[in-house]
Design a protein around this ligand. Structure first.
Ligand code: ZN
Length: 141
């Protein structure tokens, strides 16, 4: 069997994605998300906590109906996409949706480099969520 965490097209997956999938084998089916993804180190704990909350909040028989589709950064913020094999009008999905929103909001306040308290910054045409220290490092380069 080939390693599912090495793409024939893109090469090895982000180590943070691989670590997250290993920590939450049911939600990830021991595989990467369906769409190529990356996860900034400072946002790892927000997504790790999201997985744990899903695992502890939902009935165990619902977990195999959920699967990560993609994790990515867009305009300096974390975007979390999860697929649900069920009704998107159901209480289950409403619960998951609220947990995803909370995780994205936590990431909005967390430095993408280190996880410390942060805010959205603009630098050189890019949006970045950074703490004071990491923002100072970026603008000094
Ligand atoms: Zn930082």
């Amino acid at each position: 069997m080939s390693d599912p965490f090495v793409s024939p097209y893109f090469g090895p997956w982000d180590p943070n994605i691989k670590r997250l999938a290993a920590a939450h084998p049911i939600l990830f089916r021991n595989r990467p998300p369906r769409i190529w993804s990356d996860l900034a180190s400072g946002w790892y704990s927000a997504v790790d906590q999201l997985c744990t909350r899903i695992e502890t909040t939902l009935p165990a028989d619902e977990l195999p109906n959920l699967k990560f589709k993609q994790l990515k950064e867009k305009f300096g913020t974390l975007r979390i996409h999860i697929e649900y094999r069920g009704s998107y009008d159901s209480p289950t999905w409403n619960t998951v949706r609220a947990l995803i929103d909370a995780a994205q909001e936590a990431a909005d306040r967390s430095c993408q480099d280190c996880g410390a308290q942060a805010e959205l910054r603009q630098h050189g045409g890019w949006y970045l969520t950074l703490c004071d220290q990491h923002f100072a490092e970026r603008i000094s380069k």
